[in-house]
Design a protein around this ligand. Sequence first.
Ligand code: 5AD
Ligand code: SF4
Length: 467
Amino acid sequence: MTEMTPTRPNTKKLFIKTYGCQMNVYDSDRMTDALAPHGYETTLDMAQADLVLLNTCHIREKASEKVFSELGRLKELQTERRALGGDMLIGVAGCVAQAEGEEIARRAPVVDMVFGPQAYHKLPDMLARAEGQRHMHPALKKAIIDTDFPEEDKFEHLPAARKEVTIKRGLTAFLTVQEGCDKFCSFCVVPYTRGAEVSRPVHQVLAEARGLVDAGVKEITLLGQNVNAYHGDDKGRVVGLGELAYLLAEIPGLERLRYTTSHPRDMDDALIAAHRDLDILMPYLHLPVQSGSDSILKAMNRRHTAAEYLAVIERIKTARPDMALSGDFIVGFPGETDQDFEDTLSIIREVGYASAYSFKYSTRPGTPGAGLSDQIAEEVKTERLYRLQELVNAQTTAFHLSCVGKTLPVLIERPGRMPGQVGGRSPYLQAVHLEGSTDLIGAIHPVEIIGTSTNSLVGRLKQAVAA
Ligand code: 5AD
Ligand code: SF4
């Protein structure tokens, strides 16, 4: 059920386009919340928007370039709106804004505001300044740029995840607990765009989680670029992600907890023990290794070997034998030989992933990897990516098939694609479809898995024997 917010006469329309990772999804919701008290309401139609924000991703070149083509389209929409007597303000947020700041304003003069992820709490103020320039001659307008890494904690100023947003988005929610990264993998822009590792204090995280659960959320995914490096303050004491999980598990009504993305070096004993002890912690872990070759791992500055990664997995599986794993892989990092790539395929075979994301190495300006001389030819990257994806796709299919015949607890989240069907997620994050009434939505039900289809499972509701 959705709550209706009465439309105020001077309501302005906001359209946010979100690129990239789940943290951007979370951030876009926080920006929506920050603008609501200033009369902004979201619209699904970009052409109707008084304010368009592009929340961008800089992780790979392709992701970055999308922003400039979208700005070209926006320029046309803005011209159309102006011809009809309206206007459209345009802001670029996120990691491209952080990395390219002034360059965006120069390349795309249509942009009114450029601001990085650490400036979201200042958005209403920036917007007021942009609105103040509205009637200026275009030559005199100056884009408002904020790519500072301020001292203050933006979360102290940003609204926490709110009920309205939650209801719209359903039974699952993201909650950012940590931002930034101190690992400096040599291919990655994150330490430069999101800045140094910062953890939110425990009381803030618990309060936001309780608010989400009060609003009907059953499953929370804790977010952080390096989420398992979480080290939040609890009245002067430092709390790690493992301990945080135990604290969150005490919230009545919270049924499932996940977290992403983790670094192998930060899988400490407390977190592994939490996986052993807490049913609420789902047995599905995204733990990227990037490569299976020790020399490439070294060049990537991952600070662990393939054997150390496998040893971490072994410890996790001892604590939680049904743990399903997911990973990220980069092919064609500078200097990657055929043998290095074979080592990556070997580690994939050894781990057996439930799912995986894989990418061709993309040179990111300003990262150490960009300065390396032995870059790999595009055709070689393409061929390696194809082979790697063939292998992980086969593993995903095998994992789905291994679930057939089992009864899994499924959080039923929504009506299915066909009438009379509902859909939800297994503990292993697989989509599950089954015949059933929409009354099932909102709770975890036992579902017998009777088949698979592309990227999902087909199930049958198992009647609970007793309540
Ligand atoms: N090129 C290709 N893939 C990258 N990733 C991060 N930086 C790059 C890059 N320069 C991938 C990594 C990371 C995921 C979020 O994106 O696999 O884990
Ligand atoms: Fe990027 Fe490495 Fe940090 Fe992950 S751990 S965000 S890949 S620098």
